[in-house]
Design a protein around this ligand. Structure first.
Ligand code: IVH
Length: 661
């Protein structure tokens, strides 16, 4: 590849990345994106001197820092005065009207993102420095960390000198996912998205930040752009066209219009994908802002309206315990139902025993619940003055509430786990996880069906799924299943046998081993047996596998029940080797393949990527030069043409079997 083609690849990847992280669009599949990214890294390894300023590879993080450098802000980062009521907002508007009696005032009303402020400096359009707000005058240099945030452009569409200010935050879904992992790993949950975002941005090792899916909304600019436009809303539009993800303002002219926006947002708040703690109301015109001026710490032209906390008072009727996939016992408060932020809440998480003790939560207590950022409602405090004499303290039981086996707390963990490897609750969750999209991706095997299979004693563990075909007739007799769905489920199970090792490893649900770790293990050890037999030391030599993970893998494979289950899978023909090498084998070199009909196992994009990785080419039309036509269900004219021309044809399944994926 020449330099021109490299630059084109950088630009293509940046377009896709911007579409995804700034505009929430997905123009290409993940695997296509991964292929392009792998190409980029390949070229940059061969030609490090080509590496562009705005290459995606610059986002991954370099060497850890010793400490953060202090940065004096070129222009102070002001804070905002708070308004807590409609009267406060009216007061703010009247003060402005008094100073500017002649002007038709326009206000920009925008979300106040609950994150942490950063100032990003660009020189000639290239991101030069990123600093935290600090005390408003001096902040910390977090440039390497900010570069890992995909919605921060490394290069602008014009070579401008400017500084933008914005709020870094963690989207709710990402926060919930990270907390799920913490919980399953027996570790303390993160308190809220804001703290986690702050902690992530202040990491000395930017590789850690790179793993935390942070995002940003820009709300202010100083420098080039400001001189070109006369209003705040125009400046945001210009920033957007330069490549920034900006807050969306609503322009209002009267107090009533502002109140309507506040009310509407308050109602929508719990459905938003990120946390906001209020709305900022700003004079839109830069000229008016100048006349109004600033006080020592805050401008006179803006105010932050803080939403009342989404809290509600209720009573704990009972505390129940839920057993998860890795056996973690999670206490839950069963509540007298109340409405919080638009939804009826009857249950709230109590996280773990330490949380219950720390907050001194008893059954029968009157408590304040809050709908926190991760949407799962939580008990935030007990109203002790209302405690009834008969309220009962709660301790997580010494025996599992489902199987009655002993529970145990490992040193250094907050989680208490059920010790029974065959605990039905744990087992049920494990099987559901095994079938899930991220693991073996067995279509149609959701919670409901898994329950039926377990209740009827047709399966005891995930290994038994592969002998389920023997029970086909019995399955068909289950109410609500029917011939067709049974056939589909069995076909999906059959198909999963040829999954890559990394899916199988993910599916085993070994504590601390998620998709990424499974992929690294599969790449290094190539087959399941090698992982099962590896020493802890060998395991820790794998990328991103630490001591705790290695120990967990060791414990997992030392368990005879787990070995038996894996043996059942092997006996049934489940693939236990890494197929990535097949991908690199160049098996399809020189061949042109036409895909037709609807493909089931992979999407068309994925199938094309696989063919491409194996050295083949795909084409949209059949000719004498076509090597193979691979067909799925509903194939029509292309398949017919292949037959007419004498071109070889094969089913989708036969094709995957042949190429070994
Ligand atoms: S404007 C001089 N707009 O709220 C004006 N701030 O309490 C500077 N914030 O430190 C702020 N969303 O970090 C502005 N849409 C928004 C905001 C916003 C969040 C933060 C900002 C500021 C704090 C003020």
């Amino acid at each position: 590849m020449d330099l021109m083609a490299y630059r084109e690849l950088v630009e293509t990847l940046n377009i896709y990345s911007r579409a995804y992280y700034v505009h929430d669009e997905s123009p290409i599949s993940d695997s296509e994106y991964d292929t392009l990214y792998a190409q980029l890294i390949g070229i940059e390894t061969a030609h490090p001197e080509w590496t562009a300023e705005d290459s995606l590879s610059r986002r991954v993080g370099g060497k850890p820092l010793e400490n953060f450098k202090q940065i004096r802000h070129s222009e102070k980062l002001l804070s905002l005065d708070n308004a807590f009521s409609i009267e406060d907002i009216e007061g703010f508007m009247q003060r402005i009207k008094k100073e500017l009696p002649e002007e038709t005032l326009v206000f920009s009303v925008e979300p106040k993102i609950d994150g942490l402020t950063v100032a990003l400096t660009y020189k000639e359009g290239i991101l030069f420095q990123a600093a935290t707000r600090g005390d408003g005058e001096v902040g910390e240099d977090v440039t390497d960390n900010v570069k890992t945030i995909r919605s921060v452009p490394l290069k602008l569409s014009q070579p401008l000198d400017l500084q933008v200010r914005g709020e870094v935050f963690m989207p709710r879904e990402a926060f919930a996912k990270l907390n799920e992992i913490q919980e399953e790993s027996g570790l303390q949950r993160y308190a809220n998205p804001r703290n986690l975002a702050a902690g992530s941005l202040r990491q000395l090792d930017s590789k850690v930040t790179a793993k935390r899916p942070l995002s940003i909304y820009i709300f202010d600019v100083i420098g080039d752009v400001k001189e070109r436009v006369t209003t705040h809303s125009e400046s945001l539009k210009t920033l957007e066209s330069l490549g920034f993800k900006v807050v969306k303002p609503t322009l209002c002219q009267s107090a009533q219009e502002i109140l309507d926006v506040l009310e509407k947002t308050k109602l929508m708040r719990s459905d938003m994908t990120y946390d906001i703690d209020g709305m900022v109301i700003k004079v839109n015109d830069f000229g008016s802002r100048k006349t109004l001026g600033v006080k020592t710490k805050s401008p006179k032209w803006a105010v932050a309206y803080k939403f009342p906390a989404e809290e509600q008072m209720t009573e704990i009727i009972d505390i129940t315990v839920h057993v998860g996939r890795t056996g973690v016992l999670t206490p839950r408060a069963e509540l007298v139902p109340v409405e919080v932020a638009g939804s009826l809440i009857a249950r709230a998480t109590l996280h773990n025993q330490d949380y219950i003790l720390e907050k001194d939560i008893c059954i029968g207590d009157t408590v304040v619940i809050q709908k926190a950022g991760d949407v799962i409602p939580a008990v935030v405090r007990v109203l002790k003055e209302r405690r009834k004499p008969n309220s009962v303290p709660f301790l997580i039981p010494e025996n599992c509430p489902v199987c009655e086996a002993k529970t145990m707390r490992n040193a250094g963990e907050v989680a208490i786990r059920c010790t029974n490897p065959w605990c039905p609750a744990k087992n049920r969750r494990s099987i559901i996880h095994f079938c899930s999209k991220a693991a073996m991706n067995i279509d149609g095997l959701g919670e409901g069906i898994v329950d039926i299979l377990i209740e009827n004693k047709w399966i005891k563990d995930s290994g038994d799924l592969y002998t389920l075909a023997e029970s086909e007739e019995k399955l068909k007799r289950v109410e609500g299943l029917g011939d067709k769905s049974v056939k589909n489920i069995l076909a999906a199970i059959e198909l999963s046998k040829s999954n890559d090792l990394k899916r199988l490893l993910t599916g085993l649900g070994i504590p601390f081993i998620g998709e990424k770790a499974a992929q690294n293990l599969a790449r290094k050890f190539k087959n399941m047996e090698a992982i099962a037999c590896a020493s802890q030391l060998d395991l820790t030599e794998t990328e991103e596998i630490g001591d705790k993970m290695a120990e967990s893998i060791h414990i997992y494979f030392a368990n005879p029940h787990h070995r038996q289950m894996i043996q059942k899978m092997k006996d049934a023909g489940v693939n236990t080797v890494s197929l990535e090498e097949n991908l690199e084998s160049g098996l399809l070199k020189g061949l042109t393949i036409v895909l037709t009909g609807s493909l089931e196992r992979f999407t068309r994009d994925e199938a094309e990527t696989i063919i491409d990785k194996m050295g083949g080419k795909t084409s949209g039309s059949v000719s004498k030069k076509t090597s193979y036509v691979v067909y799925g269900t509903g194939a029509g004219s292309k398949l017919q043409k292949a037959i007419d021309l004498g071109v070889k044809t094969m089913t989708e399944e036969a094709f995957y079997h042949w190429i070994g994926v």
